[in-house]
Design a protein around this ligand. Structure first.
Ligand SMILES: O=C(CO)[C@@H](O)[C@H](O)COP(=O)(O)O
Length: 237
């Protein structure tokens, strides 16, 4: 087993930075009411230029108020422990599978947020009937297959469902949302947004049938939000 101490100073410095970031991002899950007790987890890939990538994930079953950068666990993309004093998340295999099969993904988040998980319990995708959905998801939020925790099943379901999809979120049937992003911050944002739209559309459906948005409008909204929205990128010096 490779250990972190055997790696370059550059890798060790990047692992320390990602540990701090992932520990701070875990606090966003209870902050946005996306988890209770120890449910959910966040990870981020550590890109290693002259070797195999790693990723940082939370330790299993540790309450959010006890999570620190030092408690974060470092694993290989095969889910093998590289550094950490505690057992890694029970979703480590799922995160690892996503990182192995979706090289563009830098962050993975799992929550049990109430409304998104309610849609997962019914195995029904969230229809794209809000401009916010078109912005963030580029269409509906899809349902992934039922899969037991502990092996590659969940990871395979995430990859099979999201490969080729605009959506950064998948509702794993009878389980809950998993989100991906270019980094963990982006994946946490997707977790916050999928809960928001799940709740809003649930409320809308109590009052009647939501009105669909024309596909051309969805495409236009998605392109604007993904490429224009927000502050312009700083000019290259
Ligand atoms: O969904 C499950 C268990 O069904 C897990 O994702 C828990 O929600 C978090 O597990 P740990 O990350 O604490 O191991």
């Amino acid at each position: 087993m490779v250990t972190l101490d055997e790696m370059s100073a550059e890798v060790r410095a990047e692992v320390a930075r990602v540990r701090d970031l992932v520990a701070r991002l875990h606090a966003e899950l209870p902050r946005w009411d996306l988890v209770v007790w120890t449910a959910g987890n966040v990870s981020q890939r550590v890109r290693v230029h002259d070797g195999e990538d790693l990723f940082v994930i939370k330790p299993s079953g540790v309450t959010y108020d006890e999570l620190t950068p030092e408690s974060m666990v470092v694993c290989t993309l095969d889910g093998e422990l590289v550094d950490g004093t505690r057992a890694p998340s029970s979703d480590t295999a799922a995160h690892a599978y996503v990182y192995r099969h979706m090289p563009e993904v830098g962050g993975v988040v799992h929550t049990h947020s109430t409304y998104a998980t309610a849609w997962a319990a019914r195995g029904e995708e969230i229809p794209c009937v809000l401009t916010m959905m078109a912005d963030e998801f580029g269409g509906p939020v899809p349902i992934g297959p039922f899969a037991l925790i502990g092996d590659d099943s969940i990871g395979r379901g995430i990859v099979e469902t999201l490969t080729g999809s605009r959506s950064p979120a998948v509702l794993m049937r009878n389980h809950g949302p998993f989100t991906i992003g270019k980094d963990a911050t982006t994946a946490v944002k997707a977790a916050v947004m999928v809960e928001e739209v799940a709740r809003t559309i649930h409320v809308a459906r109590q009052l009647g049938e939501p009105v669909p948005i024309d596909q051309n409008a969805i495409d236009s909204l998605y392109a604007r939000y993904q490429n224009v929205y927000g502050q312009p990128a700083p000019a290259q010096r």
